[in-house]
Design a protein around this ligand. Sequence first.
Ligand SMILES: [Zn+2]
Length: 277
Amino acid sequence: MNEVSQIFCFRSIQKFLVFGLQSLVFSLFLQGCATVYNPATGHREFIMISTGEEVEMGKSVHQSIARQYKFPDSPAKLERLRRIGQRLAKVSDRQDYTYNFYLIEDKEMNAFTTPGGNVYMYTGLLDKLTSDDQVAAVLAHEIGHCAARHTVKKFQAALGYDLISRIVLSQIGGDQAREITALSTNAVMNIVFSGYSRQDEFEADRLGVKYAYLACYDPRGSVETFKILEAGSQGPDVPLFLRSHPYLRDRIGMVEEEIRSAGQKYGPAPCGGPLGL
Ligand SMILES: [Zn+2]
């Protein structure tokens, strides 16, 4: 090997070692600092985005939503949504941010959640629901996605390792929001509407029953809501909520089982058990 190639090799190895060391330090840093126990799932989880960054991200995503959608001028409907949502939020396993509830003017039967505890419901879904228990079922399911950190994990995965690592290593709050702002509205909305896994949906359903029960709503509202959604999907237009929420029959079966065991799992509801469950 001549001198030039030796130097080249040495530099490559050195570069490799430095890169390897950085990766090792970075992964140790993440393991040590970013693995947090989540009471909603009962597992330690790998979260790279702090609560503060997640809230900033949520504000930025909200701006994208406000550009794309119309918020209706219906104070009574919004007040109802917020009243039910805040009652459920109080019993959520996740209390490190404030939950916000928004209504979107759209005929589709849909609801979704973004980082930072923001929950959105379409008027097309709200108008189909006939009781507070049914509205609570949808909101409790979405709060379940927040508490289980499904939403932030979805954004974390979509934003990619490189962006997240730069944010974590720089340790500067607010970078996340600027990066998100730099994304197009379409890119943000694609992440918002990318579906959750079947496992995440079941988990959000399970947590939805828990929160409805603990907030003294009738958790059977979730079964009623599934049936309303199913009936709404008979026509040519399958609601988006169903497209991203598959396995409806399986989910109804699982939710019915969760309702039967709610008293046993969570103890008597604070209101004395609305159903004697
Ligand atoms: Zn869901």
